[in-house]
Each structure stands twice: as structure tokens, then as C-alpha cells.
Write a protein that binds this ligand. Structure first.
Ligand code: SF4
Length: 563
């Protein structure tokens, strides 16, 4: 793949010349803002901002101007646009009611502090890295540090003055915030047990590292139509929500060629959710980065840039279909045929989150533990790093369920580690409620939020543990602060979409639209949006208790919540 396309003059690198591009059977032939069709004139403000200056270039201004002159010196297009390319968003100004989210101007919602996302590809951390993350949290982020459901760590309360020093400390231990947000290739999800799982089909880590080295922070892919999400897992548990990524590589055993990856494209949630589809192609480990770059190239060149709401890869895939997508990938980007391959087998395990104590392929053990809804703090993170080190481990992983693992624990160290974690309220044997509940950032910090999520999710866990102490079925409860589905509303047993609802007194209060019966893995599908089923936040524990009790009392043998 050649260098970054000059969108002012020429078609995108790796793409056919616009004039030579064959007409495709899409529903819309014109006006979608596709570079490969010659549409280089920005059709909205976001595209104009990216054309005016590459998002990656804002780093120099942060280091040399904004961090020295302070918040008020930040250019508006940088503040609300390009800073995302370095993992920075302004956070929500405290005290603004959710009902005002949609009617206020951006500057009225902006706080003078930032959310900062630390990119943790594959969820892979060393003890030294976790210690630095914890120290930064304590020193610069008022102790905040949430584990996200894309394996990142997210800080709040970051001052622009401190950003260069935070970068210096992160980069000193091999971490970064590069392209953690923005219209870029985001953090690459990886199996939390890559390289250590006894049942692993293939370890995708080398491919993740290669993609990172070659392409993250490169201007070749720093101006995509929107965000681009990647997942790679060779675990038979299918533990990286591969169905809802723009591209996913899923471990399979090819009958002739051996272990490799089945390629999925076009998954995404938010509004118009869509599960990814198989290309029907098998890719060996060494070719994953090229195939990845080919698919990102298609997205960059053919992706829709006219409307932000149609700019994800799923819309292009919906118009093209899988066969056309694979043809373009092969003919125009890879210049070769892909090998046909088998589909992955569906996992039978009810939990796929790696919580608990499990034996590794080398005879040692890994220990998975659960904070509440991914909320943790800097002091606790440094204590986890200390505990892991004291018990002979140098490696940890974050998961796509807002949980963490300590790897490489000798059998004799397990119980001491487990009790050390539990003394920090990090449970290795959690209730199904703590294990299965996730929450997005919500109104505490997110400018798009309508309702509170983290504290509400944590108190829901406590309440359900108190009310249903004997409930032992796997259940997932995903609490979202708005329709954007950062915490995966549509694929939870109980998905909760934050909105204002009318209570019994006719007042507009925080509440949720309920989606029931969504799932990934064994029976992938979206939950049903139960017509008219909205609960106020105050009613939430009663409602969830009723749903769970009814399920427990009425289920047939072996029936799972998602069925
Ligand atoms: Fe913010 Fe909405 Fe995403 Fe929650 S789902 S983090 S409220 S954008």
C-alpha cells in the first residue's frame, strides 16, 4: 500500500483511479463522498477539519502551544476534533442535566478538563506499565481510571498542561494514546489469554503487534471516514466480540493449511446495528496485517464521507454485499485471491470472560477478577501491579468485559493472590451480577450522555446481590447512557439504553429503554426492543429483579437467557 492519498488532487493510494473504477451495484452511485469515486470536496464539517489538517499533527501544537498557554489557547477545531487523534476528548461540564445534552452548544457542554484514553492493544500490560498507569491516575487524573470494554484504560480530569508529561511517562514504558479516538484505526482487541490458553487455536499477538508497528500513527490511515475497530482472537471461546467489529480475525483450523484466521467484516452497534459477516476467507498469521490494511484501505477510499451517520464500514458492506467486498479486496488491494476457509465453531461455554482461576498451557495459572462495571482507581491499579509482582507475575491483561487478568501465577501463589485481590474488592469468584454487568461512561463525564451509568450499574449489582443471593445463571446487563451503545446495548441479555422517561407523576426523569435477549457467541443476535418498555432509574432494580426471577422460575432445562 502506498502512502497517504492526497485528497486535494488524486484518488486514494491503493485505490483505482476514479475514472477507471468500475460502476458498482450500490443503491447510491453519487454523492456519498467516496474518495475512490473522485469526491474529495468535504461534505461536512468533520471532513473539512480533517482536510484542513491531519489529526495527528495536533500533537505538536499540544506540546509547544496549548500545554504552555493553557486551555483558552486551544483552537476550536483542534479542541473538538483533532485532539481525539491523541486520545483526548473534553469531558462534560459537571451539573448539566441529561435533558439539555441535545440542546446546548458544544462550548456549553465542554469542561476545561479532558478524558484521556490509553491504548492497550490486545489488552496486554506488564506490571511496570500498570504501575505507571496507576501513578498517572493518582497524580494527574484525580485517581480516575476506568477499564473500558475495548480493553483500554480511560482517565478523566486531565489538564492540557499535563498532557506532554503524561505522554512522556506512558511512552517511556511502551504505551501511548495514539489514535485511541478519532476517525482512525482504534485499539486492536485481542484475546486476553493469547499465547497462554491451553485450548488456543492460534496466537494472534504477532499480527496485532505488526499492525501497530506498521500502521498506527501513520498518515496512511489517519483520515478514515469514521472510527475503525479491529479484533483478533485465536481462542475457541471467541472472546473479543468479533461480530461487532469493522474487521475481525477469528482463529480456525483449516483442513489443509492448519491454524489461521477466518475474516469477518462490517460489524458495528450504535444506531443501525449490524453483525459482521464472514468473507469466507482463511488467512495465515503472517498475512493478517496485509489483509487488515487492504480492508482499511477499502474503508478509507470507498467509505461514505457525506453523512457521519452512514460513515461506518457496515453501510458500505450493506450496499456492496460480501462477494463484491471480497472481490474488491482481492483485485484492487491484495492483487491476489484469498484462500477459502471454514467458519469458526461456536463456543459452548456460558461465560467467555476468563474470570476465575485457570490453568495455562505452560502449567501455570491465570487469575481473572472483576471490579464493578470497570470502575477502578489509580491507587488500586498500583496495588494490583504490586500484588502481581509479589506473586511472581509480570503480565496482566484487560478484557472486553471491563475485567482484568493476572497471568503466569504458580499454583502455590494462587490463594494468596486471590485473597489479596479480594481484599481490594476485586473478586475472582464474583456473583453473576458483578461478572455480567457493564456500564459506559455516562453523564458523569460523557457529553453525549442523557443518564448516569457507572454508579447506577454498581448499585444495581449490589442490590441484585442482596435480593437474589442464590441466582447463579450467567446474565449480561449492559447499561448505556445514550443510544450510542458504547456498552453494547443490543447484545446483552438485558440491554439498557439511557433516555429521559416519564414517571408516575408525569415528570421527565432519567430512565432506560429496555432491550431483552441479545447475545454474542453461541446465539448471536440483537435483543428485542420491547415496545413501550421503559423504566425509570428508580424502578430499575425492581424491574431487573422481576425479569431474572421470572426467567429462573419459568425456564426449561438448559434454557439460557438469550434463547
Ligand atoms: Fe457516552 Fe452514550 Fe457512549 Fe455512554 S453510550 S459513553 S453516554 S456516547
Amino acid at each position: 500500500m502506498a502512502s497517504t492519498p492526497d485528497q486535494n488532487r488524486t484518488p486514494a493510494a491503493g485505490a483505482p483511479a476514479a475514472a477507471a473504477a468500475a460502476p458498482r451495484k450500490t443503491r447510491r452511485h453519487r454523492g456519498e463522498g467516496q474518495w475512490a469515486k473522485g469526491h474529495f470536496t468535504p461534505l461536512n464539517g468533520n471532513e473539512q477539519t480533517k482536510k484542513d489538517d491531519d489529526g495527528l499533527n495536533v500533537r505538536t501544537r499540544i506540546e509547544t502551544i496549548y500545554s504552555k498557554a493553557g486551555f483558552d489557547s486551544i483552537d476550536g477545531a483542534d479542541l473538538r476534533g483533532r485532539m481525539r487523534w491523541w486520545g483526548l476528548y473534553t469531558q462534560r461540564r459537571p451539573g448539566i442535566h441529561g435533558g439539555r445534552t441535545a440542546i446546548l452548544e458544544p462550548e456549553e457542554l465542554d469542561d476545561r478538563y479532558f478524558m484521556m484514553r490509553v491504548r492497550i492493544d490486545g489488552g496486554r500490560l506488564t506490571v511496570a506499565q500498570l504501575r505507571v498507569i496507576g501513578e498517572i491516575s493518582q497524580e494527574f487524573a484525580r485517581g480516575t481510571a476506568d477499564i473500558t470494554d475495548r480493553q483500554n484504560i480511560q482517565y478523566h480530569w486531565i489538564r492540557i498542561e499535563d498532557v506532554p508529561e503524561i505522554w512522556r511517562r506512558l511512552e517511556e514504558v511502551g504505551l501511548s494514546t495514539t489514535e485511541a479516538c478519532g476517525d482512525t484505526p482504534r485499539t486492536i482487541l485481542g484475546s486476553p489469554v493469547a499465547g497462554i490458553a491451553a485450548d488456543e487455536i492460534i496466537d494472534g499477538t504477532p499480527a496485532i503487534e505488526e499492525i501497530k508497528t506498521r500502521y498506527i500513527g501513520s498518515k496512511e490511515f489517519s483520515n478514515l471516514p469514521r472510527k475503525f475497530k479491529t479484533a483478533v482472537s485465536g481462542s475457541p471461546l471467541l472472546d473479543v466480540v468479533h461480530e461487532i467489529n469493522d474487521i475481525a480475525f477469528v482463529g480456525v483450523e483449516h483442513p489443509e493449511h492448519g491454524p489461521g484466521f477466518d475474516v469477518w467484516v462490517g460489524g458495528a452497534l450504535s444506531t443501525n446495528p449490524r453483525l459482521g459477516e464472514r468473507l469466507g476467507a482463511w488467512v495465515p498469521l503472517a498475512e493478517v496485517p496485509d489483509v487488515w490494511a487492504g480492508v482499511v484501505g477499502i474503508f478509507r477510499d470507498y467509505g461514505y464521507r457525506r453523512l457521519r451517520s452512514r460513515a461506518r464500514l457496515k453501510f458500505l458492506l450493506a450496499d456492496w454485499g460480501v462477494a463484491e467486498f471480497r472481490r474488491v479486496l482481492q483485485e484492487e488491494y491484495l492483487k491476489r485471491e484469498l484462500i477459502d476457509g471454514p467458519a469458526p465453531e461456536l463456543p459452548q461455554a456460558q461465560w467467555r470472560d476468563h474470570i476465575g482461576v485457570h490453568r495455562q498451557n505452560d502449567g501455570r495459572f491465570y487469575v481473572g477478577f472483576a471490579p464493578r462495571v470497570g470502575r477502578i482507581d489509580g491507587t488500586t491499579l498500583t496495588k494490583i501491579a504490586e500484588l502481581a509482582g509479589q506473586h511472581g507475575s509480570d503480565r496482566l491483561r484487560t478484557t472486553t468485559d471491563q475485567k482484568m487478568l493476572v497471568l503466569d501465577v504458580e499454583e502455590a501463589q494462587i490463594e494468596a493472590l486471590v485473597s489479596g485481590l479480594e481484599s481490594l474488592d476485586l473478586q475472582v469468584r464474583p456473583s453473576p451480577f458483578r461478572r455480567g454487568t457493564m456500564a459506559c461512561t455516562g453523564i458523569e463525564f460523557c457529553k453525549l450522555a442523557i443518564v448516569e451509568t457507572k454508579a447506577r450499574g454498581a448499585s444495581l449489582i449490589d442490590e441484585l446481590e442482596r435480593r437474589l443471593p442464590d441466582f447463579d445463571e450467567p446474565v449480561t446487563i449492559n447499561v448505556n447512557g445514550c443510544p450510542n451503545s458504547c456498552a453494547r446495548i443490543q447484545v446483552a441479555d438485558i440491554g439498557l439504553k439511557g433516555q429521559l422517561v416519564t414517571d408516575a407523576d408525569g415528570e421527565q426523569v432519567e430512565g432506560f429503554q429496555v432491550h431483552l435477549g441479545g447475545s454474542l457467541g453461541l446465539t448471536p443476535g440483537f435483543g428485542r426492543k420491547v415496545r413501550g418498555l421503559k423504566v425509570t432509574a428508580a424502578e430499575l432494580p425492581d424491574y431487573v429483579e422481576r425479569v431474572l426471577t421470572r426467567f429462573r422460575d419459568e425456564r426449561t432445562d438448559g434454557e439460557r437467557f438469550a434463547q
